[in-house]
Design a protein around this ligand. Structure first.
Ligand code: PBG
Length: 333
């Protein structure tokens, strides 16, 4: 892999960097519009369709707004959008029943988009937090986030989303055994072609802060998610999680957050060679946008550089709040 270089001046590595044309020819990785998944926040709460204060430029969308966003994404050539609901505290319960209600905002938006923009892939989030009175991704009993009962709820949520027409299910809950349970239930219900993009290596991260504002979970969350999300100090464990989720029937896997975990992306891709995605999460977006808004970083350049990093680290694609902006730039060439 590493040829011995003839010594200077026979070898001058700057030769290939001399002009834009030579640099283009030698470029190893590229970012394409086709690598993007656009996460959007949706809501049916009156007055909540406004900008998220900690995510400048990100506006929650009503059902109609979500359909318009899907059409815009399709127009730009973005292959998939991912839906995250902002919910009214009044619908949050300890049992989280709203999570698998066919009429919840996510399922209504899925059906509306499928009717108007049939070709875009719709990805969902599977976890109980938008509907949980205590903000956790799982059911809480006596202060413990219970695994197996949560999995039963997640399976109901998955089936409801598949029935509504979702193309890609995104279990982000980090419970054990959920992928196998969902895959079996999907097969049994005749949804054998619905894909699962497992949030396989999801870390307990402070970079999710702005997202919890965006979905209205910050106020509700009691404690932290460290008993189910990964310890940021671990790397081998990520490979065990990916292996486990693939064995249970995941089609694609995700590493999350993104930029602080590029080493994990590379290990996952090298170890398994499966479709691998990273999530450039809300805190990464907020951090870049804060510096951009202050004039400290160049918007376009830093956005593109932050995204090519995922391709270089081995990712096939990336979930990013920058998707439509970056798509416009890439389409202009
Ligand atoms: C919830 C979920 C989270 C994100 C995606 N799904 C937050 C969390 O686990 O607390 C974070 C996304 C982001 O920060 O952009 N299950």
């Amino acid at each position: 892999m590493h040829p011995i270089l003839p010594p200077f001046p026979t070898t001058r590595l700057r030769r290939m960097r001399r002009t834009p044309a030579l640099r283009d020819l030698a470029q190893e990785n590229r970012l394409s519009v086709k690598d993007l998944i656009w996460p959007i926040f949706i809501t049916d709460v009156p007055g909540a369709d406004v900008e998220v204060s900690s995510m400048p430029g990100v506006v929650r969308k009503t059902l109609t707004g979500a359909v318009r966003a899907a059409a815009e994404a399709a127009e730009l050539g973005i292959p998939a959008i991912c839906l995250f609901p902002y919910t009214d505290p009044a619908v949050k319960t300890e049992a989280c029943e709203m999570a698998w209600d066919p009429e919840n905002i996510t399922n209504r938006v899925i059906r509306a988009i499928k009717a108007e923009v049939p070709d875009i892939a719709i990805m969902t989030d599977i976890a109980l937090d938008p509907y949980n009175a205590n903000g956790h991704d799982g059911l809480v009993r006596d202060g413990i986030i219970v695994n197996d009962e949560t999995v039963e709820c997640l399976v109901r949520m998955a089936i409801a989303q598949a029935e509504a027409g979702a193309d890609i299910l995104g279990p982000s809950d980090m419970m054990d055994g959920r992928i196998g349970a969902m895959r079996a239930a999907l097969e049994a219900a005749g949804h054998q072609d619905v894909t699962i993009l497992s949030y396989a290596a999801k870390y307990a991260s402070a970079f999710y802060g702005p997202f919890r504002d965006a979905v209205g979970a910050s106020g509700a969350l009691k404690g932290d998610k460290k008993t189910y999300q990964m310890n940021p100090g671990n790397s081998d464990e990520a490979l065990r999680l990916v292996a486990r989720d693939l064995a249970e029937g995941a089609d694609m896997v995700m590493v999350k957050p993104g930029m602080p975990y590029l080493d994990i992306c590379r290990r996952v891709k090298d170890s398994f060679g499966v479709p691998t995605f990273a999530y450039q999460v809300s805190g990464e977006y907020a951090m870049l946008m804060a510096a951009i808004r202050n004039g400290w970083l160049d918007h376009e350049k830093v956005m593109l550089e932050s995204l090519i990093a995922f391709r270089r680290a081995g990712c096939d694609g990336v979930l990013t709040y920058f998707a439509p902006e970056v798509a416009k730039i890439l389409n202009e060439g």
